[in-house]
Write a protein that binds this ligand. Structure first.
Ligand SMILES: [Zn+2]
Length: 317
């Protein structure tokens, strides 16, 4: 009696599957080997599908980051407003959509209907920073003014209390002096005590690296837009600035009252904007000030500028 022999019957099948399995294994290995030999471009595409930065893209990203970091910063600052040139300056910086800082004189806000109107425009404008340039501007009698440090501090405090309670950044009238933590510079030694007193009172004193000069008799600019750009290039090339790669430019609102000079300002700004190596910024982003703010933010108790500046109503002035 023949008894079925399962192992014997199974044997032929096993023989059949062995080479098939080997073939599949071989083909799989081949497929794996092929995928491992994708071109660099294919690998980049595969990895970029994950949403992460690919190895191939990393050097490019780092290079871009370095380039962005290496941009030179320029801070456009306009002094002595509000005055008859402020409207033009504000129109231009807003139309060109660039950041600009105005160092205002407290007394000027209350001098006329037009100046009050421009002040109200300044405090509501975007991308604009308003800083303190004293209350009286020393009535242009600087030597006498700086002889009394406590008067200088009081003059700054008056503008701060009435108009700018949120800002501690000031510029001393008629003086290019600096007091930002360890960044210290005094242009006229007789004013040193007054500058030290401002810093002791909690103010940051910012001067400037380059000035767009004007004729004090005609109030016309002494340099064209192109000349200013050349001077800026040269200042960076020769590192003539208080903080490396950061240049503070001083200009005066009043000068741009004339259409010829306001055209120069617009041309200057347009040329600056076309430069990839320059970036315009507000003074609160100045490196030494930004660092300072990190420290003082925790003890800041004053209200935001816009809210507290609003009580300066035109009908009560
Ligand atoms: Zn001034």
């Amino acid at each position: 009696m023949e008894t079925p022999s399962t192992p014997d019957e199974a044997e032929p099948a096993a023989d059949f599957f062995k080479p098939t399995f080997a073939l599949i294994l071989f083909l799989s290995l081949l497929a794996c080997t092929y995928s491992g030999k994708k071109t660099g471009k294919e690998q980049a595409l595969l990895r970029s599908d994950t949403g992460h930065i690919t190895d191939e893209k990393k050097p490019l990203a780092i290079a871009k980051k370095k380039k962005a970091r290496a941009k030179k910063k320029i801070y456009l600052t306009f002094d002595d407003g509000p005055n008859k040139g402020t409207k033009n300056v504000l129109d231009i910086v807003q139309e060109e959509n660039i950041p600009a800082t105005f160092f205002i004189v407290g007394e000027h806000v209350f001098a006329s209907h037009g100046q009050r109107r421009d002040w109200n425009r300044l405090i509501t404008a975007e991308n604009i920073e308003i800083c303190n340039h004293s209350y009286t501007h020393a009535h242009n009698r600087y030597d006498h003014f700086y002889e009394l440090p406590e008067t200088v501090v009081k003059d700054m405090e008056k503008t701060r209390e009435i108009l700018l309670p949120a800002t501690i950044i000031v510029r001393a009238p008629g003086r290019n002096s600096w007091r930002i933590d360890s960044l210290q510079y005094t242009d006229i030694k007789k004013s040193k005590l007054a500058m030290d007193s401002l810093q002791k009172a909690g103010f940051i004193v910012m001067g400037w690296d380059l000035e767009w000069h004007y004729d004090p008799k005609t109030f016309q600019v002494q340099n064209t837009a192109d000349e200013m750009l050349t001077m800026i290039d040269s200042a960076f090339a020769q590192k003539r600035m208080r903080y490396p790669n950061n240049l503070v430019l001083l200009a005066h609102d009043q000068v741009y009252h004339s259409s010829a000079d306001s055209l120069q300002l617009r041309t200057f700004i347009q040329k600056l904007k076309s430069r990839d190596d320059y970036e315009l910024s507000l003074v609160s982003a100045y490196p030494a000030i930004r660092k300072h703010h990190l420290i003082t933010d925790t003890i800041k108790t004053v209200a935001p500028a816009a809210d507290t500046a609003k009580p300066v109503r035109m009908d009560t002035l």
